[in-house]
Design a protein around this ligand. Structure first.
Ligand code: DC
Length: 249
């Protein structure tokens, strides 16, 4: 496949992260997890005592934020997320926040910090630079988030909007959180109903914000994963990217 940009948007729990990872692996492309960038910003802000409502304070942190994605510790798991050279402890070197940014508190924080136009603007360059580097290197990139197809990469070669009923998404997210040990670092393990309540709040906030709300791009293909397993979703995307008649790698 040519080195292209594939974007996948959609709400939490629709299967975006897993699907994006599988597609990136299949095509040997880089994976740009933009939610991890908002999560890292929320995590840094909390550590510095900057409120998630403080737009100017958050934008200042966003402007200096340097993030690197590295291959996962184990194949098939989430890639590692490193924050580079944070001001408070440059001698510490990169901070591995892979597990730390998955707690319910930071999920809520990421959704809140992402409301601010100045924050979104300050994070545009970091997202575009990561994708551009991979595409220029001939690898291609799979970018996942909420506004990839509408705002950050309006000219992406392939756009998908992946969604599912809230019930299906909450069940999946709860299973993922409890099974993967992702929360081991934070020691928090929410119940199924806590996950659903948090999801409903985030859905509402992410979809109704003024700047770059969660929205399907006009030219994005809609996939409802409520009744589909991951393999079926991946197969649909791969077929669409390869185009008619292309069934092999
Ligand atoms: O995909 P995620 O659950 O890791 O995203 C965490 C939050 O970050 C989500 O609630 C909204 C925000 N976000 C965003 O506003 N824009 C993106 N492109 C990605 C995430």
């Amino acid at each position: 496949m040519p080195a292209e940009l594939i974007v996948i948007d959609g709400p939490a729990g629709a299967g975006k992260s897993t699907v994006a990872r599988r597609i990136a692996d299949l095509f040997g492309a880089a994976l740009l997890d933009t939610g991890a960038i908002y999560r890292s910003l929320a995590w840094l802000a909390r550590g510095r005592g900057v409120a998630w409502e403080d737009e100017a304070g958050l934008a200042a942190i966003a402007a200096e934020l340097r993030i690197e994605f590295q291959p996962p510790a184990e194949p098939g798991t989430r890639q590692r997320v490193l924050i580079l050279s944070p001001l408070e402890a440059p001698e510490r070197g990169p901070i591995d926040v892979t597990g730390l940014i998955r707690s319910p508190e930071i999920s809520e924080g990421a959704s809140r910090v992402s409301q601010h136009a100045a924050v979104r603007g300050a994070l545009l360059d970091i997202q575009r630079a990561i994708a551009a580097t991979s595409v220029a290197a001939g690898r291609g990139c799979v970018a996942e988030g909420r506004d990839m197809g509408t705002v950050v990469f309006p000219d992406a070669a392939h756009k998908f909007f992946l969604t599912a009923t809230r019930d299906a998404r909450a069940s999946r997210r709860h299973k993922e959180l409890t099974a993967s040990g992702e929360l081991a670092a934070s020691g928090e393990a929410p119940s199924r109903s806590e996950v659903e309540t948090e999801m409903a709040r985030r859905d509402q906030r992410d979809s109704s914000r003024e700047t770059a709300p969660l929205q399907q791009a006009k030219d994005a293909a809609l996939i409802d994963s409520s009744e589909l397993d991951i393999d079926a979703v991946v197969a649909r995307i791969v077929a669409a990217v390869r185009g008619p008649g292309q069934t092999t790698a």
